[in-house]
Design a protein around this ligand. Sequence first.
Ligand code: OOG
Ligand code: NI
Length: 267
Amino acid sequence: MHNNVDTLFDNLWSNYLEVTPSAIKVHELLGSTQQSDVINDHIALRTFNLEKVGLEKLAAHFLAVGYKECGEYHFEAKKLYAKHFEHTDPTKPKVFISELLVEKCSESLQKIVKDMVEQIDEAAVTADNFLYSGTHWQVSNETYKALLEESEYAAWMSAWGYRANHFTVSINHLANFETIEAVNASLKDAGFELNASGGEIKGSPEVLLEQSSTLADHAKVLFSDGEFAIPSCFYEFALRYNKPDGEIYTGFVAASADKIFESTNAR
Ligand code: OOG
Ligand code: NI
């Protein structure tokens, strides 16, 4: 396990950039040419709720570097469960980890996912690099497409595995933008496509969090039956509001998160 939180995020970031080249353009556009100028509100990771690789196995890597569990979320229709984690240092990104509730899925999906997870070496799960280790299996594009029919989340996992599926710019910390509307307008002017599921802006000042996101980049995956470009990872934007007690809201909003998941859907 990592003992340094910054090294962990640096490694997650470079791994994310490998399949999300537009993230560099996003930073340039929002007034930065250096990664360190943009404060990330949070990152997100995905997994399956199987014993070997469940949410808690991913969380252990963050607990080891000073994170605490802070909230939980249910997504009935997508068959997902999630928790979020915060560091004692509030300038460190929050972490959102979800897992697919495999037993709620079809027999055929269960078999594919169990076959994938069986191929992971038990020791790999606690190794330093697990959270940015990608896939530990190879599926065919046929299998990917079959998963896509039932669960976009499962299909994404089969192709990309363990990596940050997005980073999130904290709009609160941007020097040149005050509103999420202004951020979205600037992204669209620059040619980015936004995730419009549930509207371009998810949430509101009333729920203390507004979010938007780009549609995932496309990147090539070497499947067992050939190379195909499919949706990889995306960038999110978050603006947080103060609670009545004057403290900033640090949680997530399930109804909004439900739509953010769709940022990896095919265009
Ligand atoms: C996570 C989606 C939820 C948020 O900020 O609400 C989320 C995912 O796509 O894995 O990131
Ligand atoms: Ni997010």
